[in-house]
Design a binder for this molecule. Structure first.
Ligand code: XMP
Length: 515
């Protein structure tokens, strides 16, 4: 059990996980629980501090989420954020009002009180506001500690009772000194020592999963990507040979990728687990024959993947747990649900319906990608795998325009390998901040001349992008002399290619992948 922990009470805000992440960045363990966690459980949990998150409701709404008022008498420091701030004001007798229009965006606030929350923070600082309701009058024994032009109470506090509240969101990066404020709360006001590390996450997760799983049988679909690899290794420490990892090679992987995954996870690899590699390439090529429409290709690959996995799972028989490498951004994205389908993603999401199991385990569900990578390093997974660039579920299938054939896959594998090899020789991925770079095979053939002969061959497109969220991206300006080397090598070494094109489109309007 953790000795020092912060409890985040969830009122439904969109940045809640970010709050937890910021607390962990202070090296303090933190868990998110529902706003209505019973008082007795809170007392037993024994947090060093409690944070009330923001939320979409108004305190005046019917069935507005509120806490038991006795929470304010536990002598545990509290920080309320946005809706959390209004909740504190409302419950303790202050006055909350609904503004005619919402306040949204970067706002200047003035700090008007010498507050522990604002230690080393500039007296005038920029914060991120996103609210309609606001605190008009603070509860008795509270003082206003910051205000803005529109907001009479940007922050308030009762220093004696260690109750602090801010109308803005300190957890988002737009609040320039937000991290300082949160660390002031966690380390100074709550008196945490900041000794928690990622290896504690690993140790605690392994311990609690051991308790839960016991001698149960565990099944994991391993893609060779970062998330499923980290989840698999974590579970191998828990279940050993009771864990079976199934790796479906759909014939659309990058050059040598299948062998590399087998080398790490297979019988001669580093981990104590059962590894099953299914070479299903031919099945996929057969199903994809003559298919050119991108969505149809994606759906066929996704469905066939599930079929292959189902067959293997049937041979294994019933298992107790199915492991998924879901990470936090997957959780948020799948929560949106309403946006138009640009591409149907294939992330082994259909597996639960075909596997006979008792429960899904998602050990990385609350972590962000960089945290998953830290866990991976902590677990001793090779850096080459931990820092692998994202690779889509349908693999090279979405990088071959038009019909997929074995011959085209080979051409693309070779060209893509050269591209990645040349980048690896330089420090361009760091210098140009490359988030993803790969080759794609266009469906265009054109005339060329090699030696004294006419050629009529394919064109390869090079795609390299910079992005932080993969929702928008800019094309990366890789120096031309490097592009030149890559282009020459591809045309000289890859049979069937006589032209190399550079993709200089951002997302939007293009997407990162080609299909
Ligand atoms: P797009 O092409 O939509 O890609 O701009 C955004 C990011 O998502 C990756 N991608 C996928 N990842 N399954 C995945 O797990 C998929 O089906 C899939 N399609 C695209 C893509 O590589 C990029 O990082």
């Amino acid at each position: 059990m953790q000795e020092e922990k912060i409890l985040v009470l969830d009122f439904g805000g969109q940045y809640n996980q970010l709050i937890a992440r910021r607390v962990r960045e202070c090296n303090v363990y933190c868990e998110i629980h529902p706003f209505n966690m019973p008082l007795v459980d809170i007392i037993e949990y024994n947090p060093k501090g409690i944070i009330f998150t923001g939320g979409p409701n108004s305190v005046f709404a019917d069935k507005a989420p509120l806490v038991d008022k006795k929470i304010f008498d536990l002598n545990i420091p509290i920080l309320g954020i946005c809706y959390g701030c209004q909740t504190i004001a409302y419950l303790l007798g202050g006055n909350v009002k609904s503004a005619k229009s919402s306040e949204y965006g970067k706002i200047n606030i003035d700090i008007i009180k010498d507050s522990k929350l604002f230690k080393d923070v500039n007296k005038n600082t920029i914060v991120w506001m996103s609210h309609t309701d606001y605190v008009e009058e603070v509860p008795k024994s509270f003082e206003i500690s910051a205000k803005s032009f529109n907001c009479p109470v940007a922050a308030m506090e009762n220093e004696n009772k260690k109750i602090y509240a801010v109308q803005y969101h300190p957890e988002v990066l737009h609040t320039i000194e937000g991290m300082k404020m949160l660390s002031n709360f966690v380390l100074d006001i709550c008196e945490c020592h900041g000794l928690w590390k990622m290896d504690d996450f690993v140790k605690n997760t392994i311990e609690s999963l051991k308790e839960k799983i016991g001698n149960g049988k565990v099944l994991c679909a391993l893609s060779g990507g970062v998330d499923s690899s980290v989840a698999a290794v974590l579970l191998s420490k828990v279940a050993g040979k009771n864990l079976t990892c199934v790796f479906v090679d759909h014939g659309l992987l990058r050059k040598n990728e299948g062998d590399e995954v087998e080398k790490i996870f297979g019988p001669k690899g580093n981990y104590d687990l059962n590894f099953i590699r299914v070479n299903a390439s031919q099945r996929f090529y057969d199903k994809l024959k003559g298919i050119t429409e991108p969505e149809q290709k994606r759906k066929i690959i996704g469905a066939e993947f599930i079929k292959v996995f189902e067959e293997v799972a049937n041979k294994i028989g019933a298992v107790d747990y199915l492991v998924q490498g879901t990470i936090y951004p997957d959780v948020i994205e799948s929560g949106l649900g309403k946006s138009a389908t640009i591409k149907s993603h294939h992330n082994v999401g259909g597996l639960p319906s075909v596997v006979n199991f008792k429960e899904i385990i998602e050990p990385l569900k609350l972590l962000f990608k960089d945290e998953v990578r830290k866990v991976g390093l902590e677990l001793g997974i090779p850096e080459s795998l931990v820092y692998r660039q994202p690779f889509p579920g349908p693999g090279l299938g979405v990088r071959i325009i038009g019909e997929i054939t074995e011959e085209k896959v080979k051409i693309l594998q070779e060209a893509d390998y050269i591209f990645r090899e040349e980048i690896r020789k330089t420090d361009i991925d760091k210098k140009c901040n490359l988030s993803q770079y790969f080759a794609a095979l266009t469906n265009m053939k054109s005339v060329g001349v090699m030696g004294d002969f006419r050629t009529y061959d394919y064109a390869i497109a090079l795609r390299a992008v910079q992005t932080s969220d993969f929702m928008t991206a800019d094309w990366a300006r890789i120096p031309y002399d490097v592009i030149d080397i890559i282009s020459r090598r591809i045309v000289n070494e890859v049979k069937g290619v006589n032209r190399v094109l550079l993709d200089c489109t951002s997302k939007p309007p293009a997407t990162i992948e080609f299909e």
